[in-house]
Design a binder for this molecule. Structure first.
Ligand code: FDA
Length: 389
C-alpha cells in the first residue's frame, strides 16, 4: 500500500492532519472523502449563472482568537476585512442582533442609557427570579425577560429544534448575550474575515502537496478500493473524521443530530436584503434565516443583474441526512461514552473532527484540535515510535 497514513475525511480537520504529516514529516498520505469535493462543510463554489460564491453547506464565517491557528491559516490564504453583522426581522421590522442597546431602544421605542437598559432587563427578568427553570422557555425569560425573549428567541429556537421551548431542557442555553452598547459585531474574536479568493482555493492549497493523494468519491467503508477499512486497519495508522457511530456500525445505537435544508434562489435584482444574514424569529415563517451571498464579498465586482439567496430550514436528521449539529441528549451522552471506550480499543485509529468526536466545532477549533493531535500523537508516533493512542 502506497501510504504511511490514511486520513478519512477532507474537512478542515483531515486537511490539517494531511498537510502537516506531508509537510512536517514527509509522510505519504492518502486523503479520502466520500463526497466529490474536498473541504467538508466549508466547501464553496460559484453559483453558475451569477458567479457569486455560495457556501454549499451553510454560511461559513472565519473567526479566531487563537494566534497559532491564525498564523497557520494565513499560510494558505489571505483574508478580507469582512466583519459579520446579523439582523433580524420581527413583525415586519428589522432589528440588529445579537440583542444590543440598539435592539432594546428600537424595540421599546425609547432612548435608554446603558444603565437604564440594564435596570429594565433586570426588572423584566425578575418575573422568574429565584426559580430554577427546568425548561428552555422559563430559562430564556429568566435571562432576558419575557418581551425580548418572546420576540427574538422563543420561536427562533422552537424552529431550530422543531420543539416548543417549553419542552426543551433549560440546559441548552447557559446565557443569552445582551450588549449594553451599540456594538453589533457578531463575533468578538481578535481575527475575522473571509478567504480572499474563496474557501475552495484555500482548501485546495492545503491539499496541494506531492505526498498527498486525494481520493474523492471514496468511502472508507466501501471495500472496492485499496484504502478501505478492511484493507488498511492494522497495516497503517488511520485518522478518522467521519461519524463515530458509523465507524462501529451503530453498535451502541445512533447518535442524534440536527440537520438543515437549504433552498437556493437566484433573483433578478441587485440586492434582496442589504445584508448577508437576516434572521426570521417569528412563528408564522417556516425558515430560520436567509443568507444573501453577495454581501459576504462587497469588495468583489459581482453582477448587478442578479443575486443569490438561500433560505435555511432546521430539522432533526434522519438516516441519510447530513449530520450538522449534535443534539446531545442524556441518551446521546451515554452512547458517546460507550463509543469512546470502543474508540480507545482501536489502537491504530485516531478519531477527530466534528463527526468523529460528536462535538460542534467551529473551523478554527477543528484546525486547532487537528494541530494538537498532530503535535501530541502523530509526530511522536512517527518520530519516536510512541504508541498512537
Ligand atoms: P467536516 O464535516 O467538514 O468534514 C468531514 C468530512 O468527512 C466530510 O467531507 C465527509 O464527506 C467526510 N467523510 C465522512 N464519512 C466518511 C467516510 N466514511 N469516508 C470518507 N469520507 C467521509 N464554522 C465556523 O468557524 N464558522 C461558521 O460560520 C460555520 N458555519 C457552519 C454552518 C453549518 C451549517 C455547519 C454544520 C458548520 C459550520 N461551521 C462553521 C463548522 C465547520 O463546518 C466545521 O468546523 C468543520 O466542518 C469541521 O471540520 P471537520 O473536518 O471536522 O468536519
Amino acid at each position: 500500500m502506497n501510504a504511511d497514513l490514511v486520513v478519512v475525511g477532507s474537512g478542515l480537520f483531515g486537511l490539517t492532519i494531511a498537510e502537516q504529516a506531508a509537510t512536517e514529516l514527509g509522510l505519504k498520505v492518502a486523503l479520502l472523502d466520500r463526497r466529490s469535493h474536498i473541504g467538508g462543510n466549508a466547501y464553496s463554489e460559484k453559483e453558475e449563472k451569477t458567479g457569486i460564491e455560495v457556501h454549499r453547506y451553510g454560511a461559513h464565517l472565519f473567526h479566531t482568537s487563537n494566534e497559532r491557528v491564525w498564523e497557520y491559516v494565513n499560510r494558505f490564504t489571505q483574508f478580507t476585512n469582512y466583519v459579520h453583522r446579523v439582523y433580524t426581522r420581527h413583525n415586519d421590522e428589522v432589528f440588529p442582533m445579537p440583542i444590543n442597546l440598539g435592539t432594546i431602544n428600537q424595540f421599546f421605542r425609547s432612548a435608554y442609557s446603558p444603565q437604564e437598559a440594564r435596570d429594565l432587563i433586570k426588572e423584566q427578568a425578575g418575573e422568574l427570579a429565584g426559580t430554577d427553570p427546568e425548561n428552555l422557555n422559563d430559562k430564556g425569560i429568566q435571562l432576558i425577560g419575557r418581551p425580548l425573549y418572546e420576540a427574538f428567541i422563543k420561536h427562533y429556537t422552537g424552529k431550530q429544534w422543531q420543539t416548543d421551548p417549553k419542552d426543551l431542557p433549560a440546559s441548552i442555553i447557559n446565557r443569552l448575550p445582551v450588549r449594553y452598547t451599540y456594538d453589533n459585531r457578531y463575533f468578538s474574536d481578535t481575527h475575522e474575515g473571509l478567504p480572499v479568493d474563496g474557501y475552495t482555493a484555500w482548501l485546495e492549497r492545503m491539499a496541494d502537496h506531492p505526498n498527498i493523494d486525494v481520493r474523492l468519491d471514496t468511502d472508507f467503508f466501501d471495500d472496492s478500493h485499496e484504502f478501505s477499512r478492511s484493507k488498511v486497519l492494522g497495516q497503517v495508522p488511520v485518522v478518522y473524521t467521519g461519524p463515530v457511530d458509523r465507524y462501529f456500525d451503530f453498535a451502541e445505537g445512533d447518535l442524534s443530530w440536527r440537520t438543515i435544508d437549504l433552498e437556493e434562489e437566484v433573483l433578478p435584482i441587485e440586492d434582496f436584503q442589504g445584508c448577508s444574514v437576516m434572521n426570521y424569529p417569528d412563528e408564522g415563517v417556516p425558515f430560520t434565516r436567509i443568507h444573501e451571498f453577495r454581501h459576504f464579498h462587497p469588495e468583489r465586482d459581482y453582477t448587478k443583474d442578479a443575486t443569490v439567496i438561500m433560505r435555511e430550514f432546521s430539522r432533526f436528521a434522519d438516516k441519510g441526512d447530513e449530520p450538522y449539529y449534535p443534539i446531545n441528549t442524556d441518551l446521546d451522552r451515554q452512547k458517546l461514552l460507550k463509543y469512546r471506550d470502543l474508540a480507545r480499543g482501536e489502537k491504530s485509529v485516531l478519531f477527530g473532527g466534528r463527526l468523529g468526536t460528536y462535538k460542534y466545532l467551529d473551523m478554527h477549533m477543528a484546525i486547532g484540535s487537528a494541530l494538537s493531535m498532530f503535535d501530541n500523537k502523530i509526530k511522536p508516533h512517527f518520530q519516536g515510535g510512541a504508541k498512537l493512542e
